[in-house]
Write a protein that binds this ligand. Structure first.
Ligand code: MN
Length: 240
């Protein structure tokens, strides 16, 4: 049956070769059987700009996705909080396209909203402030104006700050805020919702104004990883 696959939060990095192997195996295996692949953010541990594609690791990921798209699978990419600078050049090298966040899909007749998921975590006020800064065009232009080695150094510092921030937060604050989820589901006319980011894989059902809205949270790939498969009859999770 025609179907699409959804993944997120792979956090690919040269230092985690087992995850990269698992991802490349997934691209040649289950993903090659699908009509479309959706990568809903944080494909990379960090992304310092599309001009870093000469890096052999980055080039190998783009090539693996390019091979999938040449097999006829539609490759759809979304920026996460870690690869917010992933742009059209990278998407082009993958033979794919960059989706807006959020994006509404007609998934085999079922309206489906896809997001990275960080915009749902509105209780984390400090993070939301940082997010606004990281997406500010002037801030991005200043960052991209630095030489690549300097950007790598800056990113390491930012990651450290982020880890320290997460240590000081309660798990509840870093999860999605239920009122925000419900507002978005209402705004988009009660779709199915698929997102990642929180690393809390689950299927939730939100009952809003008499509508039951499924919310699928994708797994991260720190362990062995996994994917969500959706067709006209619904969605199912497969662990790798
Ligand atoms: Mn994320």
């Amino acid at each position: 049956m025609t179907h699409s696959l959804f993944i997120s939060d792979l956090h690919l990095a040269p230092g985690r070769p087992a995850t990269t192997d698992s991802f490349f195996g997934f691209l040649k295996g289950p993903a090659a059987q699908a009509e479309a692949l959706y990568i809903l953010g944080d494909l990379f541990e960090y992304w310092i700009g599309d001009d870093d594609l000469s890096d052999p690791f980055n080039a190998s990921v783009a090539e693996a996705l390019g091979a999938l798209s040449r097999r006829g699978v539609a490759v759809n990419l979304m920026q996460g909080n870690r690869d917010v600078l992933m742009g059209d050049e990278f998407a082009g090298r993958c033979g794919g396209r960059l989706l807006a966040d959020p994006a509404i899909l007609d998934l085999y007749g079922k309206p489906t909203l896809v997001m990275h998921g960080d915009t749902l975590c509105t209780d984390d006020v400090e993070y939301m402030k940082w997010r606004a800064k990281a997406r500010d065009p002037a801030f991005q232009a200043r960052f991209l104006g630095q030489p690549i080695p300097e950007r790598k150094r800056l990113i390491v510092g930012m990651r450290q700050k982020s880890e320290e921030h997460k240590q000081g937060q309660s798990p509840a604050i870093m999860d999605v805020a239920k009122p925000t989820v419900e507002r978005i589901l209402r705004d988009f006319n009660y779709p199915r919702l698929i997102h990642g980011h929180t690393h809390r894989p689950a299927r939730h059902v939100h009952r809003i104004d008499g509508h039951d809205c499924e919310r699928w949270v994708l797994t991260d790939w720190y362990g062995s990883g996994g994917y969500l498969r959706c067709d006209a009859s619904g969605c199912t999770v497969t662990a790798l």
